[in-house]
Design a protein around this ligand. Sequence first.
Ligand SMILES: [Fe+2]
Length: 271
Amino acid sequence: MFFELYRKNLMKILIIGDIFGYAGKRIIMENLPFIKTDLKIDVVIANAENVSNNGKGLNYKDYCDLKDFGIDYFTLGNHAFKDKDIYNFIDEVDNLVRPANLKKETAGKEYLIFNFNNKRILLFNLLGRELMNRKQVTSPFEKADEILDNVEYDLAILDFHAETTSEKKVLSYYLRDKVKIFYGTHTHIQTSDEEILNDQAYITDLGMVGISDSAIGIEYEGVLDRMLEKNKFSSFKEKESGIKTLNSILVSLYDNTLIPYNIERINLKIK
Ligand SMILES: [Fe+2]
């Protein structure tokens, strides 16, 4: 399949799962430049809500580093504002979106538009409600409609940051005619259901970039103590060593119509 990705008339978008902590950042630094060149990637998008502050948030230094390593556009999630440093730059940069359906948050962009070959690419980010904090969000269905019905675009890409597989499947179906690249994030576990349905490239969850032998990025011990109800105040520490994982998808689209041609799942394991 990789041979097909060298076809000249395809736009190639690499979309990277939740980058977790220092380990995740280092994996991006060590691998992304080569992946970008070898696979002739046009655009790189990544979820960066778990980079700083022990996996909670994104500070300015980490944002700048990831940009230097080759990430073009960033999405966030439920931890978007946990590191307060983000308030110092989120309104100043043009390549970062926060979840659009937050009830109270006013800082940051609800969507962004970038240009590729004179085509307008809309990128936005929504939070799920099922098994998540419903109080902080409005309906992702209604917010998606509001954005998609009021913005002019040639291709819409959505990062749906949500817990349940069913909510991701149902929203992807609801938006099938409008959003041509729909992917889930947040669980940090990559699903193997990537496919193109009705010209929509879809995967339930991209997975993560970090140490896979962990409690989705965190050292097991602190999480285990809480689950065993031994210590409800045990501290969480990001996992820094072990086999490194880089999860992502590579979506190629016909560059004249922007109809998805192929979705390839990437699950690199690096010792
Ligand atoms: Fe999350």
